[in-house]
Write a protein that binds this ligand. Sequence first.
Ligand code: ZN
Length: 205
Amino acid sequence: MKIVCIGRNYAQHAAELGNAVPSEPLFFFKPESAILHKDHPFAIPEWTEDCHFEVEVIVRMDRAAKWIGKEHAGRCYTTVGLGLDFTARDVQSALKAAGKPWEKAKAFDGSAVVSREFVPIEELGGDIQNLTFSLLKNGETVQSGSTAEMLFPVDALIANVSKYSTWKTGDLLFTGTPAGVGPVQSGDRLEGRLEGRTMFEVDVV
Ligand code: ZN
C-alpha cells in the first residue's frame, strides 16, 4: 500500500508557510515504512532541529481506481481516520529552496501517524466535506479545522491523483493540514480528535 499526501489544501496553512494556493492538487508519497507502529512513541529524528506536526483527515480506499472522475470518486471510500504528517520543516525548507524532492523531510520512518480506528462517514453525519477535527498538544488545542475549508474536496483529490497513479485497495489519502502547524519537543503528548472523538494519542520522545 501507499500513502498519498496532499500539500497546501487549506488556504490559511499555505499562507502561513509563505506558499501560494495551488491551481491543481499538490501531492507526494510516503512509503508504508513511514507508518508509526501502533502504540509506539514518535522519536524525533536526530537529523532535524524543527520537526512539525500536521494533523490531517485520512481517507482509506476501499477499491482500486484509475482515471476515475470526481463524480464517481465517492464510491471508493466509506470511512475516515485521522493522522499526523510529521515533517522535518528545516530539511524541507532547504530541499524546497534547492528545488529538490521532499522525501527526506516527509517520508522518514514514523512520519505517518494513522488512527487505529476508521469511522464510517455515515456515523459522522454522512458528509465528508463537513467534518471538524483538531490537534491538542499537551492538552491545548494547536490546530483545528473543518473539511469544509479544503481547497480541493476529497473526490477531486482522488480523481486528480488517479490520473497519475492507480489507487489500490488499502491506500491512504492524507488530505492536507489546516493552519497552526508547529514544532514538537521530546515530552510532548499529541491527541487528535475528529468530530470530538479521540482518534489517536502519541507521545513524543
Ligand atoms: Zn501534510
